[in-house]
Design a protein around this ligand. Structure first.
Ligand code: COA
Length: 161
């Protein structure tokens, strides 16, 4: 039975930090399903379709990664996809409190699904999608922080702003 994990997030947009977490996940699991959450409450900059496309375009070399959009409960997505785990990345101690709450709640919702954490690479501990959006909107250079397919999407948003 292949071991499969769901890696959820808003990915608004995907960063090299997220790519690093997914690739680390592939050392533990046979397949990773990246679940791109609709998350309207976060008012994402990019629509769901664009966020999914940017994630897909960042993993064209990796057949063990599948990307899907979702808007229900994460544990339901995991069950539908026959994943036995949820994968999350930890960048610093400040991530822990929120991740702990989310993992505990997900366990309460479905005790058969385990949450696995990997530590983000040191170079990416300071990266967040919010910083990427902000720096890009002010004309800063984000080329070392996001996968190349994300850059034209950010530029297109800047031109429209
Ligand atoms: N590298 C770079 N950035 C990272 C990162 C990493 N390794 N890990 C987290 N981040 C950033 C994200 O970019 C994001 O930044 P931003 O808020 O500045 O834009 C932030 O940390 C956290 O966002 P994200 O990883 O997208 O997760 P989230 O907090 O938005 O949670 C879900 C999203 C999808 C996991 C959660 O909302 C969910 O499970 N939704 C489904 C509904 C559900 O089941 N709810 C019950 C949950 S208990």
């Amino acid at each position: 039975m292949p071991r499969c994990a769901v890696y959820p997030g808003t990915f608004d947009p995907i960063t090299f930090g997220h790519v690093d977490v997914a690739r680390r996940g592939l050392t533990l699991f046979d397949r990773i399903i990246i679940g791109v959450a609709d998350n309207p409450a976060k008012s994402p900059l990019f629509d769901l379709e664009t966020r999914v496309a940017m994630v897909q375009q960042s993993f064209t070399d990796e057949t063990r990664v599948t990307v899907i959009a979702f808007n229900g409960l994460l544990v339901e997505l995991a069950r539908e996809q026959q994943a036995t785990a949820i994968l999350r990345g930890l960048r610093s101690a400040s991530d822990f409190e929120y991740e702990f709450q989310m993992a505990t709640m997900n366990r309460r919702l479905d005790a058969s699904i385990e949450t696995a954490f990997v530590m983000a690479r040191e170079d990416y501990t300071f990266v967040s999608s919010r910083f990427i959006r902000e720096i890009s909107s002010m004309g800063g250079d984000i080329t070392s922080l996001v996968p190349p397919p994300v850059i034209p999407h950010l530029h297109a948003k800047m031109q429209r702003a």
